[in-house]
Each structure stands twice: as structure tokens, then as C-alpha cells.
Design a protein around this ligand. Structure first.
Ligand code: NAP
Ligand code: F7E
Length: 349
């Protein structure tokens, strides 16, 4: 029996990874948080599947993590359990407002899970994937960034992920655990959280088209990111754990685009040509046809320390894992715009 345990199963990546593994006949155990509102929208379509088992828990609760690992060990028979640690307080801007909570869950949470694996006697019967991030590079020390580029994180989130990266490596070196880091560059989809910039743009476009809102207000228009599609990246996570040895891999598209460009392309898909006027906080995006101002800039969305540009080089994963993204930038935008703006789009297809 192939068995996997996923933390962060209700998130963007967790939901795609669950679909991917269920299709490969895995039994999937997932960690969900108790919340006063429904947080399982992305995985509800999978509830009927008998191979999906959900457990309440939290990365801040080590006793709970230990109990779950012991329960999986006791109930399931497997050669190697695959553990994907995707749970995190994943919003960079929010991490400046909640640095201690971010350190506790995004950082020390990784240690709690690794130690639950060890304490439950699963060290040699487990493969561990840590969701590391291109935010580790922060103020970039070289372009493009590879597995050997030095790190310089620029946010409490990035610093917490740095701890997660190193404690994963440490458990590999100290205890011989199959523990790997995927250093993933930004990946998006129609299931992306609504406050990340790509989804904020495509949802904002919908609200402008329907008249719910008359404008979209954003922060740094010139930030550049290496944006891929989450579906490609969850396949990469799985491939990282199928490699014969534990190792660290960059997953990226190897091209970058600005926030400005993402806005222009998304609006163009709905027939709106954006023309820019002004500078800095006074810059606006105008609909060329109507002359209406649709895009405004506010310092509310700037970060105390910004990551200006991220560009990955995923040659190692492409060579050793035979991983390559299927989606390009235009396909990604098309899917996101259709999903947010077209009623007939199937969120789960
Ligand atoms: P996401 O949509 O924000 O999902 C985060 C998941 O973590 C959700 O299921 C959330 O649960 C859960 N979670 C948050 N705090 C938790 C806690 N204390 N205990 C247990 N679960 C908790 O993130 P994503 O985009 O899918 O990213 C997945 C992982 O990859 C994250 O670790 C992220 O930092 C990392 N990463 C993402 C990217 C990217 O571009 N997407 C790139 C590099 C690395 P709720 O649903 O209850 O909130
Ligand atoms: O920002 C700029 C912002 O919040 C991207 C997470 O998944 O990827 C993600 O982190 C860029 C930044 O993602 C707005 O300043 C401009 O430069 O979509 P984002 P992120 O910070 O890159 C990494 C790899 C992760 O690991 C994280 O978990 O866009 N930007 N205006 C804005 N960003 C937001 N959110 N909102 C704006 O209005």
C-alpha cells in the first residue's frame, strides 16, 4: 500500500497534491485545522474517496502530530510513508505583522513534525518533503538562483523557511532520514489564495467587469516573479520523493515577469488595454478605450523589506528528476482569468 501524509492539505498545493496522489492509488492522510468557518472548500470534491482520511491538528501542537504519526504507523502497512509538509503561514506581507506566530508554525512547526516522525519510530520508514521557498533567496546574491545560491531572506516568513530548510537537512545528516527540500518559486492557479497578487488581479478584474468594484488597488508594480502553475509543482514534489537519494531541488519556470505585466495580460484577455500614467504612488492604470482609471497604487500593500526579483534555474530537477513545467505564463493567466471571470469554468478540472 502506498501511504502519504499531507499537512496543509486544505491549501492550494495540498489540494492538487491530494488529487495527484489519489489518482496514483495512494492512501492519503491529511491534517486539517479546526476553524469556525469552512476551510475545506478545495478538497470537498474528494470527500467520497475512501482513500482520503482527515485528522484535526496543527503544526503548533507536537502531541497531536506525534499521535497522528503513531496512528498511521499502527493502522497502515507500508514500506515507506511519504510525508509532505505543506502547512505554513504562507503570506509574506502578513508575516511582518505576525512574526512570532510565523516563526512558530512555518519554522519550528517543521521541527515538530520531523521529531514526531522520529519519536514514533518512523525515521527509516519515511520520506519527508519540506516546502521550502524561493523567498530564501530574498535579496538575491546571483541571477538566476540555483540550489547553490547563498540565501538572504527578507521577511519573517523567509527567515522561518530558512530554519525549516536547515532543520530538514539536519535530520537528513544527523539521523539518516530521507528528508528533502523543494525550493519552489511562486506557483499559482485558480485555487490560489485571494490575497496573493496573481489571484488578487484576476478576482479584481472580475469585480470590475461585473461592477462590484470600480478599481483595483495594488502595491509594487515592478516586482518580478518566476510564476508557474501549482499543478506542475506538486508533480515535482512527488518526483523529489521518488528520487533514489534525499536531496534539495529548485522548481521554477526559468522566466520572470512583473506584476505590471500580469495586470496588462489579464485585462487584455477581457479586451481592456491598460495604459500607465504617473509615477510611484501616483501611478495609475487607465483603460485606453474609456479613459477610466482602473488601477491604483497604495503603500498599504508595500512590504517593510521587498524582494524585487526572483528568477530560478531548475536545471538540476529537469536533469535528475525529468521534471519540466507544462504550463507557461500565458496558459497560467488564461486559466486564472477564465476561472474568475467565466461562469462555466470548472474549478476542479
Ligand atoms: P496556502 O494555500 O496558504 O496553504 C497553506 C496550508 O497550511 C493551508 O492548508 C493552511 O490551513 C495550512 N496551515 C496554516 N497554518 C497551519 C498550522 N499552524 N497548522 C496546520 N496547518 C496550517 O499555501 P500554498 O500556496 O498551498 O503553499 C504550500 C506550501 O508551500 C506552504 O508551506 C508555502 O509556504 C510553501 N510555498 C508556496 C509557494 C507558492 O508560490 N504557492 C512557493 C514556495 C513555497 P487552512 O486552510 O486552515 O488555512
Ligand atoms: O507577492 C507584489 C509583492 O504576495 C508577489 C507565497 O506563496 O511566493 C509567495 O510569496 C509580489 C511581491 O507572493 C501587491 O510586493 C504588488 O513582490 O503574490 P505575493 P510572494 O510574496 O512572492 C513565495 C515563493 C512563497 O513562498 C510564499 O508562500 O507582488 N505585490 N502589489 C503585491 N502582493 C500582494 N500580495 N498584494 C498586492 O496588492
Amino acid at each position: 500500500m502506498k501511504v502519504a501524509f499531507i499537512t496543509g492539505i486544505t491549501g492550494q498545493d495540498g489540494s492538487y497534491l491530494t488529487e495527484f496522489l489519489l489518482e496514483k492509488d495512494y492512501q492519503v492522510w491529511g491534517l486539517i485545522r479546526r476553524t469556525s468557518n469552512i476551510n475545506t472548500r478545495r478538497i470537498e470534491h474528494l470527500y467520497e474517496n475512501n482513500n482520503l482520511i482527515l485528522k484535526y491538528g496543527d503544526l503548533s501542537d507536537s502531541t497531536n502530530l506525534l499521535h497522528i504519526m503513531c496512528e498511521i504507523k499502527q493502522k497502515e502497512s507500508f514500506e515507506l510513508l511519504e510525508v509532505y509538509n505543506l502547512a505554513a503561514m504562507s503570506h509574506v506581507k502578513v508575516s511582518f505583522e505576525m512574526p512570532e506566530y510565523t516563526a512558530d508554525t512555518t519554522g519550528v512547526g517543521v521541527l515538530r513534525l520531523l521529531d514526531a516522525i522520529r519519536s514514533s519510530g518512523l525515521t527509516d520508514k519515511c520520506k519527508f518533503y519540506q516546502a521550502s521557498s524561493s523567498e530564501l533567496y530574498g535579496m538575491v546574491q546571483e541571477v538566476p538562483q540555483t540550489e547553490t545560491t547563498p540565501f538572504h531572506p527578507r521577511s519573517p516568513y523567509g527567515v522561518a523557511k530558512l530554519y525549516g530548510y536547515w532543520i530538514t537537512k539536519n535530520y537528513r545528516e544527523a539521523y539518516g532520514m530521507f528528508a528533502s527540500n523543494g525550493i519552489l518559486f511562486n506557483h499559482e492557479s485558480s485555487r490560489r489564495g485571494p490575497t496573493f497578487i496573481t489571484r488578487k488581479i484576476t478576482r479584481g478584474l472580475r469585480m470590475i467587469l461585473t461592477g462590484e468594484r470600480d478599481r483595483l488597488i495594488v502595491g509594487n508594480l515592478d516586482a518580478k516573479r518566476d510564476w508557474g502553475h501549482a499543478k506542475d509543482y506538486v508533480e515535482g514534489m512527488w518526483k523529489i520523493l521518488q528520487h533514489d537519494t534525499p536531496d534539495d531541488f529548485v522548481l521554477s519556470t526559468n522566466e520572470f515577469h512583473s506584476v505590471r505585466e500580469f495586470i496588462e495580460k489579464s485585462f487584455k484577455m477581457k479586451g481592456i488595454d491598460i495604459e500607465w500614467n504617473g509615477e510611484g504612488l501616483n501611478e495609475v492604470g487607465i483603460d485606453k478605450n474609456s479613459g477610466r482609471v482602473l488601477i491604483y497604487v497604495s503603500d498599504k500593500y508595500f512590504r517593510p523589506a521587498e524582494v524585487d526579483e526572483l528568477l530560478g534555474d531548475s536545471t538540476k530537477a529537469r536533469t535528475l528528476l525529468n521534471w519540466k513545467p507544462k504550463y507557461d505564463f500565458n496558459m497560467l493567466i488564461k486559466e486564472m482569468v477564465e476561472s474568475d471571470c467565466d461562469v462555466n469554468f470548472n474549478y476542479y478540472s
